[in-house]
Design a protein around this ligand. Structure first.
Ligand code: UD1
Length: 367
């Protein structure tokens, strides 16, 4: 019997985590073989290899070394190189994650070769097409055959864009795609890793912080960092909102490190800039934080699961449930009287078994 072969495409930090959650289950199923393409979109040790080392990921079968560049060039280079790999070695389906340029490149390369695409984290919408991620999500969803939604909201977004309900018996195709509410794969990884992270990580000692006595800040999106005036506005907001915090730990993305040199405003002395952190270190730091300030998508959910109030440094969010539950507040809505609050609700994105569901659907659909 020939193996049922799936190819994962990853390239950026959060995708290593999502891939890990799924491949842990998928690659163990009888008759299944998986391969990994790393586009090389993220390439610094702290942006890529540290995740492979820490999570015990196998080396990529293909490392495409695309590096940084203008969005079109980065996507095009990835598309061309992924196409060459897939063309030589046709899998039953390609699995793409999230909303990065690597996601779109993987989905385009596969769909043009008539290889089905499975999109993990499908159906997310911010309603803001100025974000490169929004374009990547929409285009990826619309060439996908299996769409794995982390929430009911995501599935409803797809229904609004014309994705028909598929009969379970029918074999899904690109023209007759199947939408599945699987829950969020990042939750699986968080639940499985927290114990090990807490024994393994020395981050609290290294950064000399105590539980509940500091805030965490992250900032990396193009719309936060590309224009100096946007960056200045966010710097001012963070300075004001953290005026009573003893310390704000800011693991800085390389893009933001460069942008900060161009910004005219400065963070207050409370803000301690540190190198990007590994997955375990970040989860431990976040779990013990009193608040998170972020423009990341994934971290809004991780704060929600770890029950840390979050202030999102954006004008909108795809993760509406985190706001509806009270854990998350958009920064424009934030005030003395409207702060994120500690509630009990943290169940909007499934039960931590997304990997099992996705793996089962993949095998059923493409066997
Ligand atoms: C990308 C994703 C974003 C995701 C993020 C996760 C797109 C459009 N954006 O954003 O959705 O949330 O990854 O972290 O795909 N750089 C380095 N070393 C690296 C990687 C990047 O120095 O290893 C610098 C380069 O100057 C590069 C810049 O960071 O130009 C931006 O990197 P890029 O991969 O284009 O986008 P991210 O901001 O990381």
């Amino acid at each position: 019997m020939t193996a049922l072969k799936f190819v994962h495409v990853v390239g950026a930090r959060p995708q290593f985590v999502k891939y890990h959650g799924l491949d842990l289950v998928l690659s163990k199923l009888p008759g299944v073989e998986t391969q990994l393409i790393h586009t090389g979109q993220h390439y610094d040790y702290l942006m890529s290899k540290v995740f492979f080392d820490q999570l015990g990921l196998k080396q990529p079968d293909h490392h495409l070394g695309i590096g940084s560049g203008l969005p079109g060039q980065q996507t095009a280079t990835a598309l061309e190189r992924i196409e060459a790999v897939l063309n030589a070695d046709r899998p039953a389906a390609v699995i793409a994650y999230g909303d990065t340029n690597s996601t779109l490149a993987g989905a385009m390369a596969a769909s043009k070769l008539h290889i089905p695409v499975a999109h993990v984290e499908a159906g997310l919408r911010s309603g803001n097409k100025q974000m490169p991620e929004e374009i990547n999500r929409i285009l990826t969803d619309h060439v996908s055959t299996l769409l794995f939604c982390p929430s009911e909201t995501a599935a409803a977004n797809l229904a609004r864009e014309g994705f028909p309900p598929t009969l379970q018996q029918q074999r899904p195709t690109i023209d007759s795609p199947r939408v599945v509410i699987s829950g969020d794969i990042m939750y699986d990884v968080l639940l499985n890793s927290m114990k090990l992270a807490e024994t393994d990580s020395t981050v609290m000692n290294r950064l000399n912080v105590s539980p509940g006595e500091y805030d965490v800040l992250t900032l990396h999106r193009a719309e936060s960092t590309d224009q100096a005036r946007d960056m200045d506005r966010l710097i001012d907001f963070v300075n004001r909102a953290t005026v009573d915090a003893p310390t704000v730990i800011f693991p800085i993305h390389p893009r933001t490190r460069k942008a900060y040199q161009q910004a005219t405003h400065r963070f207050s002395d409370r803000v301690q800039i540190v190198d990007p952190l590994s997955y375990f270190d970040f989860m431990v730091l976040l779990k013990n934080a009193s608040r998170l300030f972020t423009d990341s998508g994934g971290l809004q959910k991780e704060a929600y699961w770890l029950r840390v109030p979050c202030i999102t440094l954006r004008h909108e969010t795809e993760w509406l449930e985190t706001v509806a539950s009270g854990w998350n507040t958009l920064y424009a809505d934030y005030s003395e009287t409207n702060r994120p609050s500690r509630t009990t609700e943290t169940a909007a994105y499934g039960d931590g078994n997304a990997g099992e569901r996705i793996a089962r659907e993949l095998v059923e659909a493409f066997r």
